[in-house]
Design a protein around this ligand. Structure first.
Ligand SMILES: *Cc1c(COP(=O)(O)O)cnc(C)c1O
Length: 355
């Protein structure tokens, strides 16, 4: 598909101090869009100046929540060149999310072409400082102005870009996590495995409650028995027992993270044993108390690896390991970020060099 380009005539100043970038509040000068119409498919791929778009107040996305998104990053190597990490996996996941929400499969090829072309235009927006990146947010929404509940006939796919700061300015600081025992995030047969906006809407209240208690994230248990570990906020969970890593098996209600998959692959290549299984939270607490559990960490695109220092569940509060980042999390973090930033050879075919 041809991609039409309309360049902005009013380019904005790029952030001067990259140490103050934060996450997701600054956007670049352009965005990629394409439309879908039932019977015709995806069409009118275009790059236009970043800005508002027209949405009817009756648009189905605003009422029935057909909204899905993705998150990936563009990294700047030390030699100044740019690269993407497994973007095809993000677009393939978007198609799986779309199918579950009755939305059309993404034209993944045009989406990737559009992303590359957009990045060519916005290359100077990719920050330079260690640990920074250009966050990529592909999104798909239903447009039809129709209050009847059914699959829409018109959809919009778009990609916006946001320069983001380093997650860890002072090394990998462990986070404290609240194990949620009242609310649940997802149930089997539902939409837990999709990156749909509604999953986040359902998680906001629990996040606020946990924050008030002094915890930075919520760990979700399964939606039926509330006994088994699912995931944390926007990260998958992993636990280390010495050189063995265990992580909840994908069961339909857990989001299949691309970082999770990459860490499993990298860990196995490094000689760690990795087991995917159902993990009871009671066992995790017992193992942490007995000292068998040595590390806990989350995995996701934003932070890559986030070590867990404290876990609170009902009346129990425990410190994992000595409360600092452990050697397994540190090695895996160094290896995966090494591949993402081009410091370590990519043996897995994950990296797309742009320049
Ligand atoms: C995006 C996301 C993750 C992590 O996925 P990555 O592909 O590794 O970024 C984990 N859990 C949830 C709920 C998510 O939305």
């Amino acid at each position: 598909m041809d991609i039409r380009v309309t360049l902005s005539e009013a380019l904005r100043a790029k952030p001067q101090d990259e140490s103050k970038l934060g996450f997701g509040s600054i956007f670049t000068d352009h965005m990629f869009l394409m439309d879908y119409e039932a019977g015709e498919g995806w069409k009118d791929a275009r790059i236009v100046p970043y800005g508002d778009f027209h949405l009817d107040p009756a648009a189905m996305v605003l009422h029935y929540g057909q909204a899905i998104f993705e998150g990936t990053k563009c990294y700047r190597r030390a030699d100044g060149g740019l690269q993407l990490f497994r973007p095809e996996a993000n677009f393939a996941r978007m198609t799986r999310s779309a199918e579950r929400l009755g939305m059309p499969a993404l034209d993944e090829k045009t989406a990737l072409e559009g992303l590359k072309k957009l990045l060519e235009i916005e290359k100077d927006w990719v920050p330079h400082q260690d640990g920074t990146s250009l966050y990529i947010r592909p999104t798909m929404i239903a447009l039809d102005a129709q209050l009847g509940v059914h699959a829409a006939h018109h959809y919009l796919f778009y990609i916006i870009l946001s320069p983001v700061g380093s997650y860890y300015k002072e090394g990998l600081k462990p986070v404290s996590i609240y194990v949620e025992d009242e609310y649940v995030r997802a149930v089997r047969g539902g939409v837990g495995f999709t990156k749909c906006a509604g999953n986040y809407a359902a998680s906001i209240l629990a996040g606020e409650v946990a924050a008030k208690k002094g915890y930075s994230q919520v760990l979700w248990l399964d939606g039926v028995e509330q006994k088994y570990v699912e995931e944390v906020g926007s990260m998958n969970m992993m636990f280390a027992y010495g050189n063995k890593i265990v992580t909840p098996a994908l069961n339909g209600s857990i989001l299949p993270g691309i970082t999770r998959d990459s860490i499993i692959t990298v860990a196995r290549a490094m000689g760690y044993e990795v087991v995917e299984e159902r993990l009871a939270i009671a066992d995790i607490f017992a193992d942490a108390k007995s000292g068998k559990l040595t590390e806990a960490f989350g995995t996701g695109t934003a932070a890559v690896i986030s070590p867990v220092g404290t876990l609170a569940w009902k009346d129990e509060i425990l410190t994992v390991g000595d409360g600092n980042i452990g050697p397994v999390a540190q090695r895996l973090y160094d290896t995966l970020t090494g591949i993402q930033y081009g410091r370590i050879a990519d043996d897995h075919g994950w990296v797309t060099k742009l320049s």
